[in-house]
Ligand binder design. Structure first.
Ligand SMILES: Cc1cc2nc3c(=O)[nH]c(=O)nc-3n(C[C@H](O)[C@H](O)[C@H](O)COP(=O)(O)OP(=O)(O)OC[C@H]3O[C@@H](n4cnc5c(N)ncnc54)[C@H](O)[C@@H]3O)c2cc1C
Length: 325
Protein backbone atom coordinates (compact mmCIF):
# COMPACT_ATOMS: atom_id res chain seq x y z
CA UNK A 1 0.00 0.00 0.00
CA UNK A 2 1.24 3.47 -0.63
CA UNK A 3 0.26 4.99 2.67
CA UNK A 4 -1.63 8.21 2.98
CA UNK A 5 -1.66 10.65 5.82
CA UNK A 6 -4.57 8.81 7.39
CA UNK A 7 -2.43 5.89 8.50
CA UNK A 8 -2.31 5.97 12.30
CA UNK A 9 0.43 4.56 14.49
CA UNK A 10 -2.06 3.10 16.93
CA UNK A 11 -5.74 2.54 17.66
CA UNK A 12 -6.62 1.88 21.31
CA UNK A 13 -9.95 0.10 21.81
CA UNK A 14 -11.39 0.97 25.24
CA UNK A 15 -11.33 4.08 27.43
CA UNK A 16 -11.04 2.78 30.97
CA UNK A 17 -8.10 1.60 33.10
CA UNK A 18 -6.14 -0.24 30.41
CA UNK A 19 -7.12 2.00 27.48
CA UNK A 20 -6.50 5.34 29.22
CA UNK A 21 -3.19 4.19 30.71
CA UNK A 22 -2.07 3.14 27.23
CA UNK A 23 -3.27 6.50 25.85
CA UNK A 24 -1.22 8.50 28.37
CA UNK A 25 1.96 6.64 27.39
CA UNK A 26 1.20 6.82 23.67
CA UNK A 27 0.54 10.58 23.93
CA UNK A 28 3.77 11.23 25.81
CA UNK A 29 5.64 9.50 22.98
CA UNK A 30 3.86 11.66 20.38
CA UNK A 31 2.20 8.76 18.61
CA UNK A 32 -0.42 9.52 16.03
CA UNK A 33 -3.32 7.61 17.52
CA UNK A 34 -7.01 7.43 18.36
CA UNK A 35 -8.73 5.97 21.40
CA UNK A 36 -12.11 4.54 20.42
CA UNK A 37 -14.64 3.24 22.93
CA UNK A 38 -18.30 2.55 23.53
CA UNK A 39 -18.16 4.60 26.72
CA UNK A 40 -15.75 6.16 29.17
CA UNK A 41 -15.04 4.02 32.18
CA UNK A 42 -16.30 0.54 31.35
CA UNK A 43 -16.40 -1.73 34.39
CA UNK A 44 -14.12 0.66 36.28
CA UNK A 45 -16.98 3.15 36.41
CA UNK A 46 -19.21 0.44 37.91
CA UNK A 47 -16.72 -0.59 40.56
CA UNK A 48 -18.42 1.21 43.46
CA UNK A 49 -16.08 2.07 46.31
CA UNK A 50 -12.45 1.59 45.31
CA UNK A 51 -9.92 1.31 48.10
CA UNK A 52 -7.07 -0.50 46.37
CA UNK A 53 -5.82 1.94 43.75
CA UNK A 54 -2.35 2.67 45.14
CA UNK A 55 -1.86 6.25 46.27
CA UNK A 56 -5.55 6.98 46.79
CA UNK A 57 -6.95 5.54 49.99
CA UNK A 58 -10.58 5.89 48.97
CA UNK A 59 -12.36 6.85 45.79
CA UNK A 60 -15.23 5.60 43.66
CA UNK A 61 -14.88 3.68 40.42
CA UNK A 62 -16.82 6.40 38.65
CA UNK A 63 -14.51 9.16 39.84
CA UNK A 64 -11.39 7.14 39.08
CA UNK A 65 -12.62 6.37 35.56
CA UNK A 66 -13.36 10.08 34.93
CA UNK A 67 -9.87 10.95 36.14
CA UNK A 68 -8.26 8.32 33.89
CA UNK A 69 -10.04 9.89 30.96
CA UNK A 70 -9.21 13.47 32.02
CA UNK A 71 -5.55 12.49 32.31
CA UNK A 72 -5.58 11.18 28.72
CA UNK A 73 -7.50 14.27 27.55
CA UNK A 74 -4.93 16.56 29.17
CA UNK A 75 -2.51 15.42 26.45
CA UNK A 76 -4.99 16.30 23.73
CA UNK A 77 -5.76 12.66 22.94
CA UNK A 78 -8.27 12.13 20.15
CA UNK A 79 -11.06 10.01 21.58
CA UNK A 80 -14.01 8.73 19.60
CA UNK A 81 -16.47 7.82 22.34
CA UNK A 82 -19.76 6.17 21.46
CA UNK A 83 -18.22 3.92 18.82
CA UNK A 84 -18.28 0.12 19.00
CA UNK A 85 -15.57 -1.83 17.31
CA UNK A 86 -17.11 -4.46 15.05
CA UNK A 87 -14.03 -5.96 13.44
CA UNK A 88 -10.27 -5.83 12.88
CA UNK A 89 -8.87 -6.81 9.52
CA UNK A 90 -5.33 -7.16 8.34
CA UNK A 91 -4.70 -5.55 4.95
CA UNK A 92 -1.15 -5.81 3.60
CA UNK A 93 1.04 -4.35 6.35
CA UNK A 94 -1.58 -2.45 8.33
CA UNK A 95 -4.87 -3.05 10.12
CA UNK A 96 -8.36 -1.73 9.51
CA UNK A 97 -10.33 -1.23 12.71
CA UNK A 98 -14.03 -1.13 11.88
CA UNK A 99 -16.48 0.69 14.11
CA UNK A 100 -20.05 1.91 14.18
CA UNK A 101 -21.85 4.43 16.33
CA UNK A 102 -25.26 4.01 17.96
CA UNK A 103 -27.01 4.88 14.69
CA UNK A 104 -24.94 2.16 12.94
CA UNK A 105 -22.94 4.79 11.06
CA UNK A 106 -19.61 3.20 10.19
CA UNK A 107 -16.17 4.67 10.71
CA UNK A 108 -12.93 2.86 9.90
CA UNK A 109 -9.37 3.51 10.99
CA UNK A 110 -6.16 2.45 9.25
CA UNK A 111 -3.35 1.78 11.68
CA UNK A 112 0.03 0.16 12.15
CA UNK A 113 -0.82 -1.26 15.57
CA UNK A 114 -3.87 -1.94 17.75
CA UNK A 115 -4.32 -2.26 21.52
CA UNK A 116 -7.47 -4.11 22.54
CA UNK A 117 -8.50 -2.95 26.02
CA UNK A 118 -12.21 -3.68 25.82
CA UNK A 119 -12.81 -5.42 29.16
CA UNK A 120 -15.59 -7.88 29.95
CA UNK A 121 -19.37 -7.91 30.40
CA UNK A 122 -21.55 -10.00 32.71
CA UNK A 123 -22.78 -13.43 31.65
CA UNK A 124 -26.56 -13.80 31.40
CA UNK A 125 -28.68 -16.68 32.73
CA UNK A 126 -30.51 -17.13 29.44
CA UNK A 127 -33.87 -17.90 31.08
CA UNK A 128 -37.41 -16.63 30.41
CA UNK A 129 -38.10 -13.22 31.91
CA UNK A 130 -34.45 -12.18 32.18
CA UNK A 131 -34.26 -9.95 29.11
CA UNK A 132 -37.77 -8.58 29.53
CA UNK A 133 -37.16 -7.57 33.15
CA UNK A 134 -33.61 -6.25 32.76
CA UNK A 135 -33.54 -2.86 34.45
CA UNK A 136 -36.94 -3.68 36.00
CA UNK A 137 -35.57 -5.74 38.85
CA UNK A 138 -32.93 -7.77 37.02
CA UNK A 139 -29.44 -6.34 37.44
CA UNK A 140 -25.86 -7.44 36.83
CA UNK A 141 -24.34 -4.79 39.09
CA UNK A 142 -25.36 -4.94 42.74
CA UNK A 143 -23.06 -2.04 43.58
CA UNK A 144 -24.96 0.13 41.09
CA UNK A 145 -28.55 -0.95 41.73
CA UNK A 146 -28.54 -2.56 45.19
CA UNK A 147 -29.57 0.64 47.01
CA UNK A 148 -32.87 0.60 45.08
CA UNK A 149 -33.93 -2.44 47.11
CA UNK A 150 -33.72 -1.02 50.62
CA UNK A 151 -36.10 -2.95 52.92
CA UNK A 152 -37.18 -5.20 50.03
CA UNK A 153 -36.52 -8.83 49.08
CA UNK A 154 -33.63 -9.64 46.75
CA UNK A 155 -32.17 -12.78 45.25
CA UNK A 156 -28.54 -13.08 44.26
CA UNK A 157 -27.62 -15.84 41.81
CA UNK A 158 -24.08 -17.16 41.61
CA UNK A 159 -21.36 -19.02 43.45
CA UNK A 160 -18.25 -16.86 43.29
CA UNK A 161 -16.91 -13.84 45.14
CA UNK A 162 -19.06 -11.44 43.11
CA UNK A 163 -22.21 -13.28 44.22
CA UNK A 164 -21.02 -13.46 47.82
CA UNK A 165 -20.24 -9.73 47.84
CA UNK A 166 -23.60 -8.99 46.26
CA UNK A 167 -25.54 -10.99 48.87
CA UNK A 168 -23.47 -9.48 51.68
CA UNK A 169 -24.11 -5.96 50.45
CA UNK A 170 -27.82 -6.67 50.11
CA UNK A 171 -27.97 -8.17 53.62
CA UNK A 172 -27.18 -4.67 54.91
CA UNK A 173 -29.91 -3.04 52.82
CA UNK A 174 -32.72 -5.46 52.09
CA UNK A 175 -35.13 -7.04 54.50
CA UNK A 176 -34.58 -10.56 53.18
CA UNK A 177 -31.91 -11.90 50.86
CA UNK A 178 -31.86 -15.21 49.02
CA UNK A 179 -28.64 -16.48 47.52
CA UNK A 180 -29.01 -19.26 44.97
CA UNK A 181 -25.96 -21.40 44.23
CA UNK A 182 -25.99 -24.35 41.84
CA UNK A 183 -23.62 -26.26 44.12
CA UNK A 184 -24.56 -28.46 47.12
CA UNK A 185 -23.42 -27.51 50.60
CA UNK A 186 -20.55 -29.99 50.94
CA UNK A 187 -16.87 -29.74 51.89
CA UNK A 188 -15.94 -30.69 48.29
CA UNK A 189 -17.72 -27.58 46.99
CA UNK A 190 -16.31 -25.35 49.73
CA UNK A 191 -19.75 -25.10 51.31
CA UNK A 192 -21.56 -24.35 48.04
CA UNK A 193 -19.12 -21.70 46.79
CA UNK A 194 -16.15 -23.51 45.17
CA UNK A 195 -14.24 -20.40 44.13
CA UNK A 196 -15.44 -18.14 46.93
CA UNK A 197 -13.18 -16.69 49.60
CA UNK A 198 -13.85 -18.37 52.94
CA UNK A 199 -13.99 -15.09 54.80
CA UNK A 200 -16.93 -14.00 52.62
CA UNK A 201 -18.67 -17.38 52.83
CA UNK A 202 -18.41 -17.39 56.63
CA UNK A 203 -19.72 -13.84 56.85
CA UNK A 204 -22.69 -14.64 54.61
CA UNK A 205 -23.63 -17.77 56.52
CA UNK A 206 -23.79 -15.76 59.73
CA UNK A 207 -26.29 -13.26 58.37
CA UNK A 208 -29.69 -13.85 59.90
CA UNK A 209 -31.62 -12.27 57.01
CA UNK A 210 -29.87 -14.35 54.34
CA UNK A 211 -31.15 -17.70 53.15
CA UNK A 212 -28.80 -19.68 50.95
CA UNK A 213 -30.50 -22.04 48.52
CA UNK A 214 -28.06 -24.80 47.54
CA UNK A 215 -27.92 -27.12 44.55
CA UNK A 216 -30.57 -25.17 42.67
CA UNK A 217 -31.07 -24.05 39.11
CA UNK A 218 -32.92 -20.81 38.40
CA UNK A 219 -35.42 -21.38 35.61
CA UNK A 220 -37.61 -18.27 35.31
CA UNK A 221 -37.98 -14.68 36.42
CA UNK A 222 -41.52 -13.35 36.57
CA UNK A 223 -43.19 -9.96 36.80
CA UNK A 224 -45.29 -7.59 34.72
CA UNK A 225 -43.87 -4.08 35.18
CA UNK A 226 -41.24 -5.22 37.65
CA UNK A 227 -39.82 -8.48 39.02
CA UNK A 228 -42.17 -10.14 41.50
CA UNK A 229 -40.83 -13.69 41.77
CA UNK A 230 -38.24 -16.18 40.69
CA UNK A 231 -38.53 -19.92 40.08
CA UNK A 232 -35.83 -22.52 40.62
CA UNK A 233 -35.66 -26.28 40.60
CA UNK A 234 -33.98 -28.12 43.45
CA UNK A 235 -31.67 -31.11 43.01
CA UNK A 236 -34.65 -33.50 42.90
CA UNK A 237 -36.19 -31.54 40.02
CA UNK A 238 -39.00 -30.01 42.08
CA UNK A 239 -39.84 -26.40 41.13
CA UNK A 240 -40.12 -23.68 43.78
CA UNK A 241 -41.23 -20.07 43.35
CA UNK A 242 -40.16 -17.36 45.77
CA UNK A 243 -41.29 -13.74 45.97
CA UNK A 244 -38.51 -11.30 45.22
CA UNK A 245 -38.22 -7.67 44.12
CA UNK A 246 -34.69 -7.74 42.79
CA UNK A 247 -32.57 -10.35 41.03
CA UNK A 248 -28.80 -9.86 41.12
CA UNK A 249 -27.08 -12.04 38.52
CA UNK A 250 -23.41 -12.78 39.23
CA UNK A 251 -22.52 -15.90 37.28
CA UNK A 252 -19.29 -14.82 35.62
CA UNK A 253 -18.19 -12.59 32.79
CA UNK A 254 -17.65 -12.74 29.06
CA UNK A 255 -14.68 -10.96 27.45
CA UNK A 256 -15.57 -8.23 24.94
CA UNK A 257 -13.50 -9.86 22.21
CA UNK A 258 -16.12 -11.01 19.70
CA UNK A 259 -14.88 -8.46 17.16
CA UNK A 260 -11.39 -9.95 17.11
CA UNK A 261 -11.48 -13.49 15.68
CA UNK A 262 -8.13 -12.52 14.14
CA UNK A 263 -6.28 -13.20 17.44
CA UNK A 264 -5.98 -16.42 19.43
CA UNK A 265 -8.32 -16.72 22.40
CA UNK A 266 -9.14 -19.20 25.16
CA UNK A 267 -12.40 -21.17 24.86
CA UNK A 268 -14.16 -18.49 26.97
CA UNK A 269 -12.90 -15.72 24.71
CA UNK A 270 -10.03 -14.25 26.70
CA UNK A 271 -7.34 -12.90 24.38
CA UNK A 272 -4.12 -14.82 24.89
CA UNK A 273 -1.20 -12.45 25.57
CA UNK A 274 2.42 -12.88 26.55
CA UNK A 275 4.30 -10.88 29.18
CA UNK A 276 4.62 -7.97 26.71
CA UNK A 277 0.86 -7.99 26.02
CA UNK A 278 1.45 -9.29 22.50
CA UNK A 279 -1.31 -11.36 20.95
CA UNK A 280 -0.84 -14.10 18.38
CA UNK A 281 -0.85 -11.42 15.65
CA UNK A 282 2.24 -9.16 15.53
CA UNK A 283 1.08 -5.55 15.80
CA UNK A 284 -2.05 -6.36 17.81
CA UNK A 285 -1.67 -6.05 21.58
CA UNK A 286 -4.24 -6.57 24.32
CA UNK A 287 -4.49 -5.36 27.91
CA UNK A 288 -6.69 -5.60 30.98
CA UNK A 289 -9.70 -7.78 31.78
CA UNK A 290 -10.20 -8.88 28.15
CA UNK A 291 -6.94 -10.85 28.30
CA UNK A 292 -5.70 -13.99 30.01
CA UNK A 293 -4.27 -11.85 32.85
CA UNK A 294 -5.04 -13.88 36.00
CA UNK A 295 -6.39 -11.16 38.31
CA UNK A 296 -9.06 -8.79 37.05
CA UNK A 297 -8.21 -5.61 38.91
CA UNK A 298 -7.97 -1.93 37.97
CA UNK A 299 -4.29 -1.53 38.84
CA UNK A 300 -3.42 -4.66 36.86
CA UNK A 301 -5.41 -3.48 33.84
CA UNK A 302 -3.69 -0.09 33.95
CA UNK A 303 -0.26 -1.75 34.21
CA UNK A 304 -1.04 -3.95 31.26
CA UNK A 305 -2.20 -0.92 29.28
CA UNK A 306 1.21 0.64 29.81
CA UNK A 307 3.00 -2.58 28.83
CA UNK A 308 0.91 -2.81 25.68
CA UNK A 309 1.66 0.83 24.78
CA UNK A 310 5.41 0.36 25.22
CA UNK A 311 5.30 -2.86 23.18
CA UNK A 312 3.32 -1.10 20.45
CA UNK A 313 5.94 1.67 20.38
CA UNK A 314 8.68 -0.96 19.91
CA UNK A 315 6.69 -2.45 17.05
CA UNK A 316 6.05 0.96 15.42
CA UNK A 317 9.75 1.83 15.62
CA UNK A 318 10.53 -1.25 13.53
CA UNK A 319 7.61 -0.73 11.16
CA UNK A 320 8.42 0.14 7.55
CA UNK A 321 6.36 0.28 4.38
CA UNK A 322 7.55 -3.29 3.81
CA UNK A 323 6.72 -4.58 7.31
CA UNK A 324 4.73 -7.75 7.26
CA UNK A 325 2.37 -7.50 10.24
C1 LIG B 1 -18.93 -4.43 40.82
C2 LIG B 1 -17.44 -4.41 40.55
C3 LIG B 1 -16.57 -3.96 41.53
C4 LIG B 1 -15.19 -3.96 41.29
N1 LIG B 1 -14.36 -3.48 42.28
C5 LIG B 1 -13.04 -3.37 42.05
C6 LIG B 1 -12.17 -2.78 43.02
O1 LIG B 1 -12.61 -2.36 44.11
N2 LIG B 1 -10.84 -2.71 42.73
C7 LIG B 1 -10.31 -3.18 41.56
O2 LIG B 1 -9.10 -3.07 41.35
N3 LIG B 1 -11.12 -3.73 40.61
C8 LIG B 1 -12.46 -3.84 40.81
N4 LIG B 1 -13.27 -4.39 39.86
C9 LIG B 1 -12.66 -4.87 38.59
C10 LIG B 1 -12.37 -3.72 37.62
O3 LIG B 1 -13.59 -3.06 37.34
C11 LIG B 1 -11.73 -4.24 36.32
O4 LIG B 1 -10.57 -4.98 36.62
C12 LIG B 1 -11.36 -3.08 35.40
O5 LIG B 1 -12.52 -2.37 35.04
C13 LIG B 1 -10.69 -3.56 34.11
O6 LIG B 1 -10.39 -2.46 33.32
P1 LIG B 1 -10.31 -2.57 31.73
O7 LIG B 1 -9.76 -1.27 31.25
O8 LIG B 1 -9.60 -3.82 31.34
O9 LIG B 1 -11.81 -2.81 31.21
P2 LIG B 1 -13.17 -1.95 31.45
O10 LIG B 1 -13.08 -1.12 32.67
O11 LIG B 1 -14.29 -2.92 31.37
O12 LIG B 1 -13.24 -1.01 30.18
C14 LIG B 1 -13.51 -1.50 28.89
C15 LIG B 1 -13.56 -0.36 27.88
O13 LIG B 1 -13.73 -0.92 26.57
C16 LIG B 1 -14.86 -0.36 25.94
N5 LIG B 1 -15.44 -1.36 25.00
C17 LIG B 1 -15.94 -2.58 25.30
N6 LIG B 1 -16.32 -3.21 24.17
C18 LIG B 1 -16.07 -2.35 23.16
C19 LIG B 1 -16.23 -2.41 21.74
N7 LIG B 1 -16.76 -3.47 21.10
N8 LIG B 1 -15.87 -1.34 21.00
C20 LIG B 1 -15.33 -0.24 21.60
N9 LIG B 1 -15.14 -0.13 22.92
C21 LIG B 1 -15.49 -1.18 23.68
C22 LIG B 1 -15.77 0.07 27.07
O14 LIG B 1 -16.65 1.08 26.63
C23 LIG B 1 -14.73 0.59 28.08
O15 LIG B 1 -14.33 1.90 27.74
C24 LIG B 1 -14.66 -4.41 40.05
C25 LIG B 1 -15.55 -4.84 39.05
C26 LIG B 1 -16.93 -4.85 39.28
C27 LIG B 1 -17.87 -5.30 38.20
Amino acid sequence: MSHNNNLLDLVIIGAAAAGCAAAVYAARRNLKFVMVAKDVGGEVALSGEVENWPGIIHTTGFELAQNFYKHAESYGVTADIGYSVTGIEKVENYFVVKTEDYSKKEKNYHTKTVIIASGIHPRELGIPGEKELRGKGVTYCTVCDGPLYRKKITTTIGAGNAALESALMMSELAEKVYCITKFPNTPETNGGFPKGENILIDKLKQKTNVEIIYHAKTTEITGAEHVTSITYTDHTGIAHTIDTNGVMVHIGNIPNSHFAPIVEKTPIGEIIVDHKCMTSVPGIFAAGDVTTVPYKQIVIAAGQGVTAALSAIEHINKWTEQTSV
